[in-house]
Design a protein around this ligand. Sequence first.
Ligand SMILES: CC(C)=CCC/C(C)=C/CC/C(C)=C/CC/C(C)=C/COP(=O)(O)OP(=O)(O)O
Ligand SMILES: O=P(O)(O)OC[C@@H](O)CO
Ligand SMILES: [Mg+2]
Length: 233
Amino acid sequence: MTAPWDDWNHILKIDPDKDLPEGTTYGDLCATGTDAIEVGGTMGITEQNMEAVVEACAEHDVPLYQEPSSPDVVIDNEALEGYLVPTVFNAGSPFWITGAHKEWVRIDDGFDWDRTATEAYIVMNPDADVATYTEADCDLDADDVAAYATVAERMFGQEIVYVEYSGTFGDEEVVAAAAEATDESTLFYGGGIHDYDSAYSMAQYADVIVVGNLAHDDGVEAVRETVRAASDA
Ligand SMILES: CC(C)=CCC/C(C)=C/CC/C(C)=C/CC/C(C)=C/COP(=O)(O)OP(=O)(O)O
Ligand SMILES: O=P(O)(O)OC[C@@H](O)CO
Ligand SMILES: [Mg+2]
C-alpha cells in the first residue's frame, strides 16, 4: 500500500502561533513547491489559530495536514487532507506515547481512520518546547536512535519515523543511523534547516525534510531554496 508521503521530499510546517514575515502571505508559502503543509506547533495552539491558518491555505493547491499537539485542538475542516498525529517514542510520560491518543479516541466518536496516521517522533533537542513539554529523554546516541527507529517500524508498524531537532540543526550521524535502520517507514527529519546546504545534507539521509521556523523568520525565497535542495538530493 502506498501513502502520499512515499512521494514527498519536503514539508513546510506552519506554526499557527507564529507570525509571517512582513509582506509574506500563506498563499506565497503554499506556492513554494513544497509537497505538503503541516499545520502545528507545541505552545499557544488553539482551535481558532489552527482554523485561521487552514482557511488561509485552503484555496491553494497543496495537500494540507493538521499536526495536533493535543486532542482539544483537532479541527474538522474539509480543506484538510488528513491528520498526522505525533506519538513521542522517547517521551518521559506515557501520556505523550499513547495517553493523549486514548483520550482523543474516548471523547471523539467520528473518527476518519483513512485520514489519520501517526508520526513516531524521536525528539532530540532538549531545548525545544516539544522536549520540555513531553519530558523527552534526548540523551541518545546514534545507536539509540537507530534502535528506536527499528522499534517504531518493526514492532509498532509506524509508517512515519520522525527525527526531530526542532529549533536546531541535528547530528548527521544520528539521522544517517535512523535512515540505515528504516526500510519500510518513511523517515522525516526536521530541525534547523535554514538554507540550500543544510537542506541538502539532511535530505541525503531522510526521505522527507521538514522546514518550520525558516518560513516565519526568513520567508518564501529561503523556503524555496530548501525545496530545491530536497529535490536535488
Ligand atoms: C492525540 C493527539 C490528538 C495529540 C497528541 C500529540 C502529541 C503526542 C503531542 C506531543 C508532541 C508535540 C507537541 C508535537 C507537536 C509538533 C511539534 C513537534 C512541534 C515542534 O515545534 P516546537 O517544539 O514548538 O519548536 P520550537 O521550540 O522550535 O518552536
Ligand atoms: O522549526 P525547525 O527548526 O525548522 O523544525 C522543523 C520541525 O521539525 C519542527 O517540528
Ligand atoms: Mg514551535
